[in-house]
Ligand binder design. Structure first.
Ligand code: PLP
Length: 355
């Protein structure tokens, strides 16, 4: 039976990525070796890594003065690597969810942290808008898409200070003005590749302003200098990432992809707003186009388990909401076809008819 993959991450990848990666597991670049066993220093793999970094620069229109780095350790390692490299005295953080607050916790190990605003008191159901970033901070950090709560800042804020963003769950979902940022980081396992690689885009002149000694492996400059080959990189994930990037280019790049994403998300939000059984969980203006969270309307609460089983029987996978929100969460990453969103909507309509 066809499965519709709504997992929040690791999550759906394009058929193109999966097929190309599967072929490379058998025979990578006509080497007669599998991508699983090839040396990261082989000329064939170095070419993959170089091409992937170049394609990221092309797709996101990365200006000169920036480097693209592939690292292990997940986005969570960036929660400490960012302050290690950038926080001399004080940094400003926007608290919009669990991942943002995890980043705040790590930053506090390195200096003073000014949490400029938080929506924690409302279980992170909106993005705070009224806040002031102190003039003299080393950087301002925010999370563009809150995977757990389904809120998103789908714009690049204008701030005078250096800006750092965790784009783990919405990178490549829209065009980004990279020139406004000093560091962008993202775990690969949503819109790029299987888990294992983290993508970092870093403005080189943002580095070198802290006095502390930085362990070699945690110093961005190490990886920039060695072109992400300082130590063994996650070879398979980088190979898969390159396939996804090629697929994005084929689709027409970030503008075209954003259009598709907006259209897909609207199909589901329209149904949530129309269907008497369901309601959204976050402020309408802050709704994420990547992670759509919804719950049963109060008078239909007892139907939650029933809808979960009904949807599962129709092939929907991964729509259970995160435990801190409850209800349902459908993740609509780039690789999710509109037809799958329509299948979920059909399921919601049918369940409504039955009740
Ligand atoms: C926005 C965001 N930041 C950070 C993380 C943590 O990523 P990782 O598991 O790669 O450390 C996640 C994981 O889902 C996430 O969604």
């Amino acid at each position: 039976m066809k499965k519709y993959n709504f997992y929040a991450g690791p999550s759906i990848l394009s058929e193109f990525t999966i097929k190309k990666t599967a072929a490379a597991v058998e025979n990578f670049a006509d080497t007669g070796l599998s991508i699983l066993e090839i040396s990261h220093r082989s000329k064939e793999f170095v070419a993959v890594s170089d091409e992937a970094r170049a394609m990221i620069k092309e797709l996101l229109d990365v200006p000169s003065g920036y480097e693209v780095v592939f690292l292990g350790g997940g986005a969570s390692l960036q929660f400490c690597m960012v302050p290690y490299n950038l926080l001399a005295k004080k940094a400003a953080y926007l608290d919009t969810g669990t991942w943002a607050s995890n980043a705040i916790k790590e930053a506090k190990l390195f200096g003073e942290v000014d949490v400029v605003a938080s929506s924690k008191e409302a279980n992170y159901t909106y993005i705070p808008k009224e806040y002031t970033i102190p003039e003299k901070v080393d950087y301002f950090h925010f999370t563009s898409n809150n995977t757990i709560y389904g809120t998103e800042m789908r714009y690049d804020p204008d701030v005078k200070q250096r800006m750092v963003c965790d784009m783990s769950s919405d990178i490549f979902s829209r065009p980004v003005d990279v020139s406004k940022y000093d560091i962008i980081y993202a775990g690969a396992q949503k819109n790029l590749a299987p888990a294992g690689v983290t993508l970092i885009i870093v403005r080189e002149d943002a580095l070198g302003h802290v006095e502390r000694a930085i362990p070699t492996m945690l110093d961005y400059r190490t990886h920039i200098k060695k072109e992400s080959m300082f130590n063994t990189p996650p070879v398979l994930s980088i190979y898969a990432a390159l396939q996804t990037l090629k697929w994005y280019k084929e689709q027409g790049g970030m503008k075209a992809i954003e259009k598709i994403n907006l259209d897909k998300a609207a199909v589901l939000y329209d149904e949530i707003d129309r269907n008497k059984l369901f309601k959204g969980t976050v402020a309408v203006e802050d709704r994420s186009i990547m992670n759509v969270c919804f719950i049963m309307n109060d008078e239909y609460k007892e139907l939650e388990a029933g809808f979960a089983s009904f949807a599962a029987a129709a092939g929907m996978v991964g729509i259970k909401g995160h435990r801190s929100v409850g209800g349902f969460r459908a993740s609509l990453y780039n690789a999710m076809p509109k037809s799958s969103v329509e299948a979920l909507v059909a399921c919601m309509k049918e369940f409504e008819k039955q009740h």
